[in-house]
Design a protein around this ligand. Structure first.
Ligand SMILES: CC(C)(COP(=O)(O)OP(=O)(O)OC[C@H]1O[C@@H](n2cnc3c(N)ncnc32)[C@H](O)[C@@H]1OP(=O)(O)O)[C@@H](O)C(=O)NCCC(=O)NCCS
Length: 192
């Protein structure tokens, strides 16, 4: 498994494994990465010819913090690891863990020492995973609404509430993936 920053050339393979059903999230995250606002990593499985590689999952680093303004105000300067997703057929094999650890490594390389993740109240398996990865309840809660495609690809309005979990990233993460580093954020553009 190789974990590296996504490029615009990766978008078709990401759409194939993790279909965005017309929302264009992969292309928009790659564009935001070029603007220095996010890091967008994906895990790949494939042979030496990377063009034949299969995308296993992806994760976003929001350098300015959580997407909700009240969470950013409560936890300033804390990059958010979000939009973690692994293709259903590859779940339960450590890909999600590896993606979070790779995101943490990129965050540390950018000179930051904390990360946050939002755990929805109704996603106990993800919350269990984040706690196992060392994320602890910050006491801050979030509430957000967004459109997300259902199993048939039809966009549904999701209203989500949950806890913000934080991890202190000191020392070397216990998982050391082969990560092609993303460009550090443009600090003048993104003070957080
Ligand atoms: C949550 C998710 C990213 C985990 O990825 P993964 O590759 O299965 O994770 P790992 O194999 O590293 O770890 C598995 C852990 O994730 C948890 N998990 C959460 N949802 C899971 C699922 N659908 N299948 C398997 N494990 C899941 C399990 O509790 C498991 O913990 P355990 O190993 O202690 O039993 C993945 O299940 C997923 O994409 N789910 C749908 C999207 C989502 O819920 N994202 C998180 C909120 S943004």
């Amino acid at each position: 498994m190789l974990i590296r920053a996504c490029t615009v050339e990766d978008v078709p393979a990401l759409e194939c494994s993790l279909p965005s059903h017309g929302t264009g999230v992969h292309a928009s995250f790659v564009a935001l990465q070029a603007a220095g606002e996010v890091g967008y990593l994906a895990a790949w499985h494939g042979g030496p010819d990377e063009r034949a590689a299969v995308a296993l999952g992806s994760v976003l680093i929001r350098w300015a913090g959580d997407r909700e303004a009240d969470v950013r105000a409560a936890l300033p300067e804390v990059p958010a690891i979000s939009n973690l997703g692994v293709a259903p057929q590859f779940r339960g094999r450590g890909v999600g863990t590896a993606l979070v650890r790779a995101a943490e490594e990129v965050i540390v390389a950018a000179g930051r020492d904390q990360a946050l993740m939002g755990a929805a109240d109704d996603n106990s398996r993800a919350r269990h995973l984040y706690r196992r990865l060392g994320y602890q309840d910050s006491g801050v809660r979030y509430s957000s609404s967004y459109d997300f495609p259902d199993a048939s690809g039809v966009l549904q309005r999701i209203h989500e509430q949950g806890a913000i979990l934080v991890r202190q990233l000191s020392g070397t993460p216990d998982f050391t993936p082969e990560v092609q580093r993303v460009q550090p954020p443009n600090r003048s553009r993104n003070p957080r």
